[in-house]
Design a protein around this ligand. Structure first.
Ligand code: E4P
Length: 212
């Protein structure tokens, strides 16, 4: 299972680079990072990690997204062009895939969107678990449905579990067989922790220091 860090913060990427296979960004995360030069930011991220770096288009038309996607792909060979799961986004996915450019179809909220992304040759499709949970739907059910559909039909597109809000999302995505997951730094940080590990270390240190 590939693990991506869902951030545009270079310090966090640097901190966790030994544990991640790449990075996903989105326009909100890029804006939050304060970087004025988006392409420069993506280049910097690509130099910090080895592995796919998802960079999202902000154009709203087919022609705009296609031109932007091609421009983003030229920044670095690790760039994975992030496109929305819309009629035009999917058409752009098909065109970029035909050119051998890797893609991540984002804002996926239904199995039909995911199926179309796979048909268009997407490298990854990103179902948003947390945002579905937020409106009273079952985000994990979508992960399960997409993993099943891709498996049954032998699509190579990977399910990239996104909008991850807690460790249960991480554990269940892994158990269901999602090919990839992207986590915000604060969730990845929680993956290392267990109170019994902390307590156990304290006991070992105390016993060691008190040995006769
Ligand atoms: C995915 O690629 C998105 O960047 C991200 O997971 C969205 O998460 P959010 O719903 O917490 O904003």
């Amino acid at each position: 299972m590939e693990i991506f860090l869902d951030t545009a913060d270079i310090d966090d990427i640097e901190l966790y680079k030994d544990f991640i296979d790449g990075v996903t960004t989105n326009p909100s995360l890029a804006a939050k990072s304060g970087a004025k030069d988006f392409e420069g930011l993506i280049k910097k991220i690509c130099k910090t990690v080895s592995g796919p770096v998802s960079a999202e288009v902000v154009s709203e038309t087919y022609d705009g997204m296609l031109a932007e996607g091609k421009r983003l792909a030229k920044i670095h060979s690790a760039v994975c062009v992030k496109l929305p799961c819309t009629f035009d986004g999917l058409r752009v996915c098909k065109a970029l895939s035909a050119d051998g450019i890797s893609t991540n179809l984002t804002l996926c909220f239904s199995p039909t969107q995911g199926l179309l992304a796979a048909k268009c040759g997407a490298t990854y499709v990103s179902p948003f678990i947390g945002r579905l949970d937020d409106i009273g739907h079952d985000g994990m059910a979508l992960i399960e449905e997409l993993v099943d559909v891709f498996d049954v039909h032998g699509y190579e597109t990977k399910v990239l579990a996104a909008s991850v809000r807690n460790l249960q999302h991480v554990i269940q995505s892994a158990m269901i067989g999602a090919g990839a997951i992207t986590m915000p730094p604060k969730i990845l940080a929680q993956c290392f922790d267990h109170p019994l590990t902390t307590k156990g270390l304290e006991i070992f240190a105390k016993d060691w220091k008190g040995r006769k």
